[in-house]
Write a protein that binds this ligand. Structure first.
Ligand SMILES: Nc1nc2c(ncn2[C@@H]2O[C@H](COP(=O)(O)OP(=O)(O)OP(=O)(O)O)[C@@H](O)[C@H]2O)c(=O)[nH]1
Ligand SMILES: [Mg+2]
Ligand SMILES: [Zn+2]
Length: 223
């Protein structure tokens, strides 16, 4: 019984990987750089994305995909600042998968998009297992969640290329040991890009945006 359950899960993940690969081939055919932002609920994904867009707006043509269990609140927030956004309502599923993303892509004119920003469903567990076909996966942690999260949710930290520690404006009010947090991240993913930011005040954004622009420009061959 146990063996059977495991093989079914493996088959689902294999199928997902194949569709993720097809998504990436589609992005590459239109030269669209896709970023997948992952985080627990309320860590500040949408807030970070909105401020990121302000920095990058004049340089790239952008579109968004927002994954949420319900509502179009986050896609509406993107659209409100002029970024065309497709909302995926997962209807209870706690992550985006490659099939859901491929279903949303025909609604976006990818040939006119340099940068596709994907906001995953707020969750620190399964988004790590379901590849989407994105070129860059970024994990956003936030100060109120506590400094032990890399130790408790290691898989999320292993698969990403950068960690953003958001809400640093709250550090004076909470017992959050940045070094302890960072050490946990470093053990799981040595050399990982790490930035401390506040989507509320804008602190730390310059260094993070410089790094991000470089990632995008290398892909677009503009570097
Ligand atoms: N103090 C502070 N609050 C922040 C910061 N970033 C986001 N917030 C607040 O945190 C709450 C959640 O922010 P969102 O951007 O909606 O977070 P999210 O991760 O997109 O949330 P879900 O999509 O619902 O999972 C909001 O009340 C934001 O105003 C920050 O840097 N500092
Ligand atoms: Mg959000
Ligand atoms: Zn899930």
């Amino acid at each position: 019984m146990g063996t059977r359950t495991i093989s079914v899960v493996e088959n689902i993940l294999d199928a997902n990987d194949r569709i993720a690969q097809a998504n990436q081939e589609l992005f590459d055919s239109t030269k669209t750089f896709a970023i997948n932002f992952m985080a627990s609920p309320g860590a500040g994904k949408t807030s970070v994305i909105l401020r990121t867009v302000q920095y990058l707006n004049s340089r790239y043509r952008m579109a968004g995909v927002d994954g949420d269990v319900a509502t179009t609140i986050d896609a509406d927030r993107m659209a409100a600042i002029g970024i065309p956004a497709v909302q995926i309502n997962t209807g209870g599923t706690c992550h985006l998968d490659a099939v859901m993303l491929s279903g949303a892509l025909p609604k976006i004119e990818l040939s006119e998009v340099d940068l596709l920003i994907i906001e995953n469903v707020g969750n620190l567990i399964c988004p790590a297992s379901f590849k989407l076909g994105s070129h860059l996966d970024v994990l956003i942690a936030s100060v109120p969640e506590g400094d032990d999260k890399p130790y408790k949710y290691p898989k999320m930290y292993r698969g990403v290329k950068a960690t953003l520690l958001n809400k640093i404006d709250l550090l004076p009010y909470l017992d959050f040991d940045v070094e302890y947090f960072r050490k946990g991240v470093e053990v799981l993913n040595p050399g990982l890009a790490f930035f401390q930011i506040s989507a509320k005040t804008g602190d730390g954004f310059e260094a993070y945006i410089d790094w991000l622009r470089n990632q995008i420009d290398v892909y677009l061959e503009r570097a």
